[in-house]
Each structure stands twice: as structure tokens, then as C-alpha cells.
Design a protein around this ligand. Structure first.
Ligand code: NAD
Length: 252
């Protein structure tokens, strides 16, 4: 049973972020749920979390989100960097504004949120940073240059935070899931089905699970459970690590 803490989770309107909010609330933590989609309010409030609307591609919005957690709850103990988007195009055609948006949201925002959260964690001698990376932080696939670059960068940020935080009671870890059943993936399944003229089930089996030993999509709650462990008192010796939840994808 872990001590009640204050958590800030990003990208909480759907998918993994919503599952993380539910899991941390069930563990008795207070949660600020941050998303740019106002629909996130209902999702957050259903779990007893506080919603904060912010577009995390904006630096001031990152600072503002941490300030809101400190104002509401007086401290910040757990930061879960989860907000993310995808754009698929070959490098030759990859839109530069999409590259910038993805790097801003998925690499710069986690850095700025970590920076803003750090003083409160340091003062309390206890902090947990959990970065939702991806199997695409370990390996690449064609067409996802910005996403894969941001996720690989996130591993570097995680390792650096772990080294700097070690003496201050702050841990940092990354999670590397393969395909999780969320709206982000549902959209990709639909796109690929159109692109290849396939049934959606064929896309899942032949494209998404091609490299998987366990032939099914991951449930968001499975990712949330590991976040819960990494954010707990019990995980104090675990830091700087990348945790694959990848159906065995990178085992080969
Ligand atoms: P999702 O689309 O269901 O959720 C992403 C959330 O981020 C949404 O609530 C969205 O509103 C929010 N968001 C997007 N842009 C934002 C912005 N500018 N400011 C604030 N919030 C913003 O996706 P998901 O599948 O739950 O993905 C969550 C994280 O998990 C992402 O970082 C993703 O890369 C990672 N991930 C997902 C999978 C998967 O298969 N679904 C696999 C590996 C890693």
C-alpha cells in the first residue's frame, strides 16, 4: 500500500493517459489530468481527478500545468509524460511543421514539465517521473521519423533525469509499449486498411502483430499497472530503465 501522492498526468482524454488517471486514483493519489482536448474534463472528473486544459506544444502551457498542480495540491510527486500524436509519411515528404509539433509535444514538453516539477520533488526528497515512450524508442519502422526520433530522445531524457535525480530521491523510467488498444491505434488500423485494401483484422494480424510473440493488442490498463508500480514507494531502486511491454517484439 503506497503513501498518497500528487500526480500530474498528460494526454488524459483517452487511451493510456485515461487509464493511468483511473489507476492512480484507485491507488488513492490526487491527480491533475492535463490535455488540450476539453472532452478530457468529463473523463477526469469521472475518476475524481482535477482537469487542466493545456496545449503542451506551448512552453508556457507546460509551466502553467505544473503551477496549477502546485497551486491546487501544494506539491508534485509523480509526473507521467504521456501525451503524444503520430504522423506517417516518408522522410522525403515529411511536413516540417508536423516534425516540429511532434518534437515539441513529445520531447520538449516532457523536458519542460520535468524541469518545472523538479524543485517540488527535490524539496520533498521524493519524486517519480514516468515517461510513456514506445517500442519505437528501441527500434524504428519506416514512415514515422518524427515519432521515432522523439521517442528515442525521450529515453535519453529519462536516463539523464535518473542520474541527476538519484541523490535527491527522484527516479525516472520509460515505458516502451507495442500496440495498445487506443484511439491512436484504431485510427492507424483504419488508415492502413484503406491504404492496403485490407480488412481491419488482417491489418492487426499481418502488420501490427507481425513482430509480436503474443498475438494480441495490449490493454491500456496493462500499461497503467506498470506506471502504478514505477510511481510507488516500492520502486525506489528502479531508475534509468526502459520497460518494454511489447508482446515480445524486441526479443527477436
Ligand atoms: P491517444 O490518442 O488515445 O491519447 C493521446 C492524448 O494526448 C489525447 O488525450 C490527446 O488529446 C492528447 N494530446 C494530443 N496533443 C496534445 C497537446 N498538444 N497538448 C495536450 N494534450 C495533447 O493515444 P494513446 O495511444 O493513449 O497514446 C498515449 C501515449 O502512449 C503517446 O505518447 C503514445 O506515443 C504512446 N504509445 C502508444 C502506443 C499505442 O499503441 N497506443 C504504443 C506505444 C506508445
Amino acid at each position: 500500500h503506497s503513501t498518497p501522492r500528487v500526480a500530474l498526468v498528460t494526454g488524459t482524454s483517452s487511451g493510456i493517459g485515461a487509464a493511468v488517471v483511473a489507476h492512480l486514483r484507485a491507488q488513492g493519489h490526487q491527480v491533475l489530468a492535463v490535455d488540450f482536448n476539453p472532452a478530457g474534463r468529463e473523463v477526469a472528473e469521472a475518476e475524481g481527478a482535477v482537469f487542466h486544459e493545456a496545449d503542451l506544444t506551448q512552453a508556457e502551457a507546460c509551466r502553467g500545468a505544473v503551477d496549477e498542480a502546485l497551486r491546487r495540491f501544494g506539491r508534485l510527486d509523480i509526473l507521467v509524460n504521456n501525451a503524444g500524436i503520430q504522423h506517417v509519411a516518408p522522410i522525403e515528404e515529411f511536413p516540417q511543421e508536423k516534425w516540429r509539433q511532434i518534437i515539441d509535444l513529445m520531447l520538449t514538453a516532457p523536458f519542460l514539465l520535468t524541469q518545472a516539477a523538479w524543485p517540488s520533488m527535490r524539496e520533498n526528497g521524493w519524486g517519480r517521473i514516468v515517461n510513456i515512450a514506445s517500442v519505437h524508442a528501441q527500434v524504428a519502422s519506416p514512415g514515422k521519423a518524427a515519432y521515432i526520433s522523439a521517442k528515442h530522445g525521450m529515453i535519453g531524457l529519462t536516463k539523464t533525469a535518473a542520474l541527476e535525480g538519484g541523490a535527491q530521491g527522484i527516479t525516472a523510467n520509460a515505458l516502451c509499449p507495442a500496440y495498445v488498444k487506443t484511439p491512436l491505434v484504431d485510427n492507424q488500423i483504419a488508415d492502413q486498411a484503406r491504404l492496403h485494401g485490407m480488412e481491419e483484422q488482417e491489418v492487426i494480424e499481418q502488420i501490427m502483430l507481425k513482430n509480436a510473440a503474443v498475438k494480441r493488442l495490449i490493454d491500456p490498463s496493462e500499461v497503467a499497472s506498470l506506471v502504478g508500480y514505477l510511481a510507488s514507494d516500492a520502486a525506489g531502486a528502479v531508475t534509468g530503465a526502459s520497460w518494454n511491454i511489447d508482446l515480445g517484439w524486441t526479443a527477436q
